[in-house]
Ligand binder design. Sequence first.
Ligand code: ADP
Length: 542
Amino acid sequence: MQRLIHNGAGDAPPTPSAGHSPGTDQADGGALTRLLEEVARRVNFSDDAAFYISGPNGKILFISAGYHFVVGPLPKDGQIANDVFQFICGNGESYTRDEVIDTGAGGQPRYVRSFHYPLFDNAKALLGVVGHYVDVTGQVAATIHAGQESSRKHDQLRASSDLFWELDAEGKLTALSDRASDILGKPALLFVGNELGKIGCFIERSGADAQPPEGFSRHQPFRDAIFVMQGRNGQPHYFHMSAVPAFEPGSGKFQGFRGVGVNVTERFQAEDAAMEARRKLEQTTEALLNRTIQLDIERGRAENALRAKTEFLATMSHELRTPLNAILGFSEAMTMKLFGELNEKYTDYADDILKSGRHLLSLIDAMLETAQVDGSDVSLNLQQIDITALIEQAVSIVLLRAEAKNLDVSKTAVQTGWRVKADPLLATQVLVNLLSNAVKFTKPHGAIGIEITADVRDGVPVAGITVWDTGIGIPPEMHNKIFDKFVRGHDAVAYDDAGQGIGLGLHISKRLAELMQGSLRLQSMPGHGSRFTLELPLVSTP
Ligand code: ADP
């Protein structure tokens, strides 16, 4: 069975030969011989060539041996195919057609290409037709295979890339992969026929507009050019575009570009975020640096101011002390009546002058000391000292005053053998301050005492020396303020017999404790006494 797969006008027919009598419409034996001679003269068939020769009416007069192998049996009506004959009679030209010969029973079909040439006499009357068959199954199979290969590669390319596109020689899109639809929010097909610029544009990594890659205008391959497409919500989608030019086989004519895009949006976003974080970090670092410089400048200014203040106070206290010493000396001489009797009134005045002078002197001393400890202008003499000795020394200084108020001091004696690292003079000064306050702010017949504890602060072992009393106590809201300069409790004056308190003792004590790498802590409730604990680095215990 024969099936027509393709037909069309082809090569020019072999030139008709001269010398045959025209108008023969019925080929007889003589005509056939002449026809065969003519064909043999014009067409150089090989021995196994498959061909037929028909008369002018299309009736097949001759078939070669090879005909059966290539085409099969002769058609039942013995005529050449109707469409072939019609074309040749109508156009007077040769005719080519492709046929698929079904070999039946599941066998592979055979592809045959046939060329049908009309033969004319001098008067252009048709003498007959020569049909030549060529088995092209091998070539067709190779073409089909090549086509499948190329379409498979095409599919792989589409599948592996985020974006696939093709441009024709005019730069118009001829193909755009479906994934572009998701981004653009319109079917990708709608963009076919438009230029690439319709779906996006080339940019620099900085985001600035860029010219299309050089290869584009030069018809050369290019790689990883950055292309941005605006998504349906306005958000950018970045692609690394690569493409190769396509050229017509044989002529080498430029046909367009075939390209792919790799979506690098997430990578760009991550890079941008990292860049932004780095920028912010740099800004913060710069701000911190500026702040540090500012602080250094301010600290320098503050240190200068403090130094100036200390120097001023030292000078002033010296200047004040000189006349004050004279006032104290002379008023004392008057109260002692060294140079003769004074009436009672003058003696009282002299006594007042002496008291006020002494108060003034203690004020000057305390202020100078405060200025020194605040300005860290204190020379430290750190030693390993025995706590027991330290406490005994301090207690002995306040003992008389305590006994004068009938305070129970039996709990001030401690025996530990512990050693702390401290400046002996400064540590004694702090303990004397605390003990003096304990005596001062405890009513007669109360009690004062000392306790020793061990603790660890920031990983450092410390010894706590707690001075406690059963005195008036300190309200919680005052606990922080009490260590500030010139801060005194409401009822402080009532308990200050000597009238020498100015609210600097605790401030100085805390600063001194800190200078010795220690601390000063308070626990107290009004009416339940107070506990001040001086902590100092513990060096050893027995
Ligand atoms: P001053 O004793 O000269 O007033 P301080 O700095 O030593 O100055 O004390 C500040 C204030 O803290 C005191 O005026 C007093 O109100 C309160 N204070 C200190 N120690 C005690 C204590 N042991 N009991 C009750 N109040 C105290």
